[in-house]
Structure formats: C-alpha cells, structure tokens
Design a protein around this ligand. Sequence first.
Ligand code: NAD
Length: 314
Amino acid sequence: MYSSTAVVTGGAGFLGSHLCDKLLEKNFKVICVDNLSTGNTDNISHLSGNDNFSFIKHDVTNYIFIPGEVDYILHFASPASPIDYLKLPIQTLKVGSLGTHKALGLAKEKKATFLLASTSEVYGDPKIHPQSEDYWGNVNPIGPRGVYDEAKRFAEALTMAYHRYHGIDTRIVRIFNTYGPRMRPDDGRALPTFIGQALKGEDITVFGDGSQTRSFCYVSDLIDGIYKLLMSKETDPVNIGNPDEITVKEFADEVIQVTGSKSKIVFEQLPIDDPKVRQPSIEKARKILGWEPIVDRKKGLEKTIKYFVGLSKS
Ligand code: NAD
C-alpha cells in the first residue's frame, strides 16, 4: 500500500530517475512527467510493471493535467549540462520559467508540497568561497550560460513568490555537480567526458590550465539529501553537494589512475564564464537535515566507471 503520491517532472533524466527509485522505495506512488528531450526511458525501464509507477510523456511548459490527489511535486525538468542547454537555450529558459509556473500551478491546485531542483550555477562565477546559501551570486545574464543560470534564478524567485503570496509549502535545493550511473557519457560534463576518453584510451581534454576546481557528489548521497529536505520544513534554499574539492587537472589524473588508462591530458580553451571555483558550504544541510555525503570519490568513480563499461558493451 502506498503512502503519498509524488509527481516528478524530468523523472526520466539522470537525477529524476534516481529520485523516482527513492520515492518508490519509500512507498510513494510516483508519476513521472517528462518530454524526453534530454532524458531517456532506459533510465526508468526497470520500473515498468511497478503498479506504483506511471510515466506521462509531456512538455511541462504546457498545462500539466494530473487526475486525483497529489501530495508532492518535485520539479527536475530542465536541460542540465552545458552541451544540452547551449543547444536548447530557449527550451531551457522556457522550462525554468513557464515549466516552473505550471508545476507550481499544479502544487497550488493539489495543495501539494513543491520542491524545486535549483543549482549551484545560481552562484555563477562566485566571488566568495565556499558558496553558502546567503551568497547572491555573480551571474552574467547575457553570456551563453545565462540561459540556464537565469532560468534557475527566476525559478527560485517564482517559487518564493508562490510560497509567500499563495502560501504553498515549498523547498529549494541548490544541487552541486553530481555524478553516477545513468549520466549520459556524451553530456559534455567533465566527469563523464574524462571517463569516456580514459576508457577509450583517447586524450583527456582539460579546459584552461585545469586549475579551476569542482566538487563532485555521488548520486545516492544527493538523493538522500533531497529526500531529507523534502521531509523537512525548510522553505529557504539549501545546498546539497560534496565539499570535497579538487582541481580539474587533479581529477583528470585521478580518472586515469582509477581506470588504469594510458590516456594523456591535453589542454583546450576555457569556455566563456566557466566558474573558476566551486565548493558547497553544507553547514546548513548538516544542521537542519543532519545530512552529509558519505560516498568517497574513488568509490563513486568505480561505480560510475562500471556503469559506463556496461553501457559500451550493450
Ligand atoms: P537530465 O537532462 O538527465 O534530466 C532532465 C530531464 O528533464 C530529462 O529527462 C528531460 O527530458 C526533462 N525535460 C527537459 N525539459 C522538459 C520539459 N519542458 N518538459 C518535460 N520534461 C523536460 O539532467 P539531470 O542532471 O538529471 O538534472 C535534473 C535537474 O537537476 C535539472 O533541473 C538540473 O538543472 C538540476 N541539476 C542537476 C545537476 C547535476 O549535477 N546533474 C546539478 C545542478 C542542478
């Protein structure tokens, strides 16, 4: 018997599909709504035949019709990797604005709790380090990445407006770089790209001199944090990520070592507005949610590499 009903927009994507798994494990009935623009039904095929799971192919920038009661709406629909949102700039702005509006409208209609998947990109190329939730960010609105960063900033503003004006129960999670099985090997982010190149023995392409930093969170840790936030009463944004920071060059070396590859590192031009540093402050999540990541990067990398090796064989 299920306990509550949750709608997950973007549920056929990398994070959304893991979230569907988690909610089903917690005895939720889950309705996944996705237009499959960057997601794939392969990510949810293991759930077909599960009576508590259903999939609706729908673009959430249009009115979302869901019959019956809904208790939670988790809005994850959005292109998320630079390759995707640079290819789909207007769709990215639309799903962050119109899509968030439609998802909040559904929350209002159903009197449901709404959770927005926001991003560390709201901090832009940050002037304070590590980034804590009270930092307002340094985003270039008219640069190529602005389509994603500003869509998410607008989505946060709209979520807070629905919370304050309509009294909707809302949550905002600011997700930092996350990795794990079901990432697309060709999504252009450093981690899957490096793994793919290492496995094929190709040159590993590091942007700039590789001194920029990133902090990678394993997907199971992120999903645990998001579930704890959903169950909390916190309506202000909360960072969820792993503060274990590494330079991109060091990370490329680590991938070579873990895969046992003979690949060499080559350096390419840094993309416009690429953040120089990225590390979450997770003090708030520790204090309010009693959450912190537990999977170390080497372990997480091994699991992800195993998934990528499996993909290349299938
Ligand atoms: P993803 O591309 O794998 O998943 C996004 C899903 O949204 C896809 O299945 C796609 O088909 C769907 N989608 C896009 N536009 C849609 C629309 N108009 N209507 C319905 N469905 C639509 O990306 P992901 O990495 O799983 O990211 C999920 C969410 O988490 C995104 O909102 C992203 O901004 C956020 N996020 C992810 C990360 C990360 O490290 N992966 C970091 C910060 C924030």
